[in-house]
Design a protein around this ligand. Sequence first.
Ligand SMILES: C[S@@+](CC[C@H](N)C(=O)[O-])C[C@H]1O[C@@H](n2cnc3c(N)ncnc32)[C@H](O)[C@@H]1O
Length: 299
Amino acid sequence: MMRMPFSGVMRRGLFALALCGPLAVSASDVPYVPTPMNVVDAILELGGVGPGDFLVDLGSGDGRISIRAAKQFGTRGFGVEIEHHLVQMARDDARRQGVADKVTFDARDLFGTDLGRATVITAYLLPALNLRLRPQLFEQLRPGSRILTHDFDFGDWQPDRKVTIAVPDKPYGAPRSDIMLWVVPADFSGVWQWTVPGADGEVRYESRIEQRFQIPELVLTTQGLRLAVNEARISGNTLSFVINGPAGPQRYSGELSGNRISGQAVRGNGQGVTWQATRIKTGKMDIGTGGATPVAVGN
Ligand SMILES: C[S@@+](CC[C@H](N)C(=O)[O-])C[C@H]1O[C@@H](n2cnc3c(N)ncnc32)[C@H](O)[C@@H]1O
């Protein structure tokens, strides 16, 4: 059984206790606790949110994240919120701040909401809801979309980046907030083949890629030999890794399009060649099971 760190249990409990505050009016599974504005700004910065983005805030409360992004950067998008009076507050504020043409707010359940247009998702929800949400995010979001959460993560899907900032007036727990960023990975899993020029002609490579979330594992062979692969990483549609062969390290980087990867392979001496790989067998990225994780409280 998976054990939840005590601090995580404490934080959840204190977050739920924040229900007792004057703004805590939600009857949903998650209390309404607004994100402090300095945290909103840090979230938008970590996500690199800009005018070309379409931002969806899941459980949008008074709409502050969407409204700030629209005011600061001209970002479009919408919020979904299950509490009708919060949706009304958000709509009124968007109008007051002159961004009602950019952001809208819907009174509805975030589960089952179509997220397909989003390039950025923000969420300040509890861990059980995040886990329930995880399969929906993989199903609906395009590779490269960014997901930002405040304080609560997606279980065993590790964030690509995490920052902690001071929040002196935090209504629960320690006076700080964690902000996390995930970039939705493309699915590179399967068996790939390619050739690149070597000292004595073309060299043929074959690699099986197994992928759990954004972490790829490559089993790579050439001429019957298995070679070590390091620094393998996926960010959205980009795969990068380093092959340590007899001729020294070769740094690969390429973009996925269907069953092709196209990019560059650069040797230690800086000499690069075009790299194009073809997928000869399709695999399936492992995104875990989602759903509620069993929790053991206490030590
Ligand atoms: C912690 S508040 C965050 C509000 C806002 N996103 C912010 O960061 O300031 C979480 C919000 O999610 C809403 N919520 C909880 N479950 C929801 C669901 N299934 N669908 C839509 N909204 C939900 C709650 O009503 C609450 O307002």
